[in-house]
Design a protein around this ligand. Structure first.
Ligand code: B12
Ligand code: SF4
Length: 505
């Protein structure tokens, strides 16, 4: 009995000590902010893509028992004052946001406002925007920490540190600011087993608004989705290639090896979306959905076994399917795949070399014919504007599209940080002020920096001229104005004036 009392006494003393030296831990309250990649686009004309990355991070945090709210600017844009009210409504400890590099200006705008109103809140940012070299994402914003690489486990580590009042020092992939000093971290090594990340909890967002936006969209490259309930899914991550225009190349590729979900996991995800949200058209938004035919075969089998009435589109490379693969392609069609994307990028072998694209033009034509035979539509993309590119190269690009019978989507070479072409543009003085350039980078359908020797107007005119030739050759009825940009928008205000927030009334 005495012994027991002593023990009781001892343990309560111990609790007392813990309470003094390590105050009870409180799980931080989080506000996730989903940005709007295209705030200047009219909502009714825009297909708003569900942010799978942010949803995956929020799902992970939910599974760990953290409490959070989400403000979704893609679905419900707000004014500056409404946002200011929202962040003061609850005692948030963290605001977390992120996305493509193209949204870094929005991250900066959000962070400035949060810091002006609640400087005690820690702003944690993630996504491609943090993959800039050095500490630029932190230098150019007031964020407290930047998660570089996949976010699920890195964000968990950050939350645990905040919970314990510890520094972010030593968390792999986390650059941070402490006492006005920036500490840089290398990109975090990614998780090798994708399936263990689990199925995202889409319900955290307003799925129906995303589905409806797909139904409103009319796009000559993607076709009409008005009779479909469309939703994007991620089935692989990373890419083993290193095209010189792609931001996947430098900083990211070594840290983003190609990984696939198992076909069974993908099938489970599809079934859940089909039953819970009536989704019947699935777009695989991977960098590369299919790298080899054996995986294609397994995926077709797993999806066929679902026996559901749904269609699919995915991304592969030029040359994945040769004549001998007809049976596999036919099987994909039977499984419900009705469109594959594979980008030719250029019809000029010389430019393809500069792109390090590693594809061959005959393979493009063979694949297109094979898919036609199986009843699968093809989409492709071309890029115009490589250094030394001439009209003859551009003509070859559109010639091969015409020969294949595909109206390509057209991009102008846009040097994106992380790509070899970005380094080229920097070294050759095409980019004068890096921060200004990145904050106003815009999209690839606009000619932003011209690395060719052809004057801007001429380059745009000759691109349109050859594209029109393909349109007319294919007997398509698409107005000139919609050929390059299927949705025509104001490309945005000069840097510094655009805003993620709605105007106040
Ligand atoms: C869907 C998509 C879009 C959608 C938008 C998606 C969205 N809601 O954000 C739309 C169609 C609008 C789009 C547009 C463009 N896109 Co895009 N897009 C994609 C695509 C196909 C899928 C994105 C995705 O779901 N990835 C899967 C998830 C799991 O990965 P993730 O988003 O990177 O998220 C992880 C981490 O980054 C991190 N993370 C992400 N967010 C956050 C937030 C926090 C708080 C934390 C902690 C962590 C974190 O954790 C996540 C989980 O591990 C990718 C290719 C790809 N597969 O990644 C290209 C990609 C992102 N796009 C790209 C490009 C070039 C563009 C355009 C410039 C193309 C153009 N038209 O010119 C435009 C730019 C638009 C703009 N103004 O911002 C490039 C990358 C550009 C870059 N370096 O930022 C990519 C990688 C394609 C490529 N290989 O070239 N895109
Ligand atoms: S363009 Fe496509 S194939 Fe090339 S590196 Fe980027 S993701 Fe990979």
């Amino acid at each position: 009995m005495v012994q027991q009392n002593l023990n009781l006494y001892d343990s309560s003393l111990c609790l007392y000590e813990i309470a003094i030296f390590n105050p009870p831990m409180k799980k931080p309250l989080i506000l996730f902010v989903n940005l709007n990649p295209r705030p200047e686009w009219k909502k009714e004309k825009t297909l708003i893509y569900f942010n799978i990355g942010l949803c995956q991070v929020a799902t992970h945090v939910e599974n760990l028992g953290y409490e959070f709210d989400i403000l979704d600017f893609s679905v419900n844009p707000m004014t500056r004052s409404a946002f200011s009210e929202a962040i003061q409504k609850r005692p948030y400890d963290i605001v977390a946001c992120g996305g493509m590099l193209h949204t870094l200006w929005q991250i900066s705008e959000i962070t400035d406002l949060v810091k002006a109103i609640r400087p005690d809140i820690k702003v944690i940012i993630g996504g491609y925007s943090t993959m800039l070299s050095d500490n630029k994402a932190l230098e150019w914003t007031q964020a407290d920490a930047a998660i570089r690489g996949e976010g699920e486990y890195a964000f968990e580590d950050v939350l645990k540190c905040i919970e314990k009042g510890d520094s972010f020092k030593g968390i792999p992939g986390v650059s941070y600011r402490e006492n006005d000093v920036l500490y840089h971290a290398e990109v975090r090594k990614p998780d090798t087993n994708l399936d263990t990340k689990g199925i995202p909890n889409w319900n955290l967002f307003d799925v129906e608004s995303y589905v409806k936006s797909g139904q409103n969209m009319q796009n000559h490259h993607l076709g009409s989705l008005s009779h479909h309930r469309f939703f994007p899914i991620v089935t692989t991550r990373g890419c083993p290639f290193a095209c010189t225009f792609c931001s996947n190349t430098k900083v990211i590729r070594d840290n983003n090896p190609y990984r696939t979900h198992s076909p069974e996991f993908v099938a489970d995800m599809i079934l859940k979306l089909y039953h819970e949200y009536d989704i019947n058209h699935f777009k695989f938004v991977d960098e590369l959905s299919f790298l080899n035919v054996s995986y294609v075969r397994k995926m077709a089998k797993a999806i066929k076994e679902l026996k559901i009435d749904a269609t699919y589109e995915a991304i592969c490379r030029v040359g994945l399917f040769a004549e001998k693969d007809y049976e596999i392609v036919a099987d994909l069609k039977l499984a419900g795949f009705n469109r594959l994307f594979y980008s030719i990028e250029s019809g000029s072998p010389r430019i393809l070399q500069l792109m390090k694209k590693r594809i061959d033009l005959d393979g493009f034509l063979t694949q297109k014919k094979l898919l036609d035979r199986a009843g699968i539509k093809s989409s492709t993309n071309v890029i115009v504007g490589y250094p030394t590119e001439t009209e003859e190269d551009i003509k070859m690009t559109f010639d091969i599209c015409l020969e294949a019978g595909i109206l390509p989507s057209v991009c102008f070479l846009l040097p994106i940080p992380g790509s070899e072409m970005y380094d080229y543009a920097m070294e050759h003085g095409y980019i004068k002020n890096e921060k200004e350039y990145v904050f106003d980078i815009g999209e690839q359908q606009y000619l932003k920096v011209n690395l060719t020797d052809i004057p801007n107007d001429e380059l745009q005119e000759m691109t349109l001229k050859h594209l029109k030739r393909v349109r007319d050759g294919l007997g398509m009825d698409i107005p000139d104005a919609n050929l390059i940009r299927s949705v025509n928008i104001d490309p945005g205000c000069p840097s510094g004036k655009k805003s993620l927030f709605l105007p106040e009334f």
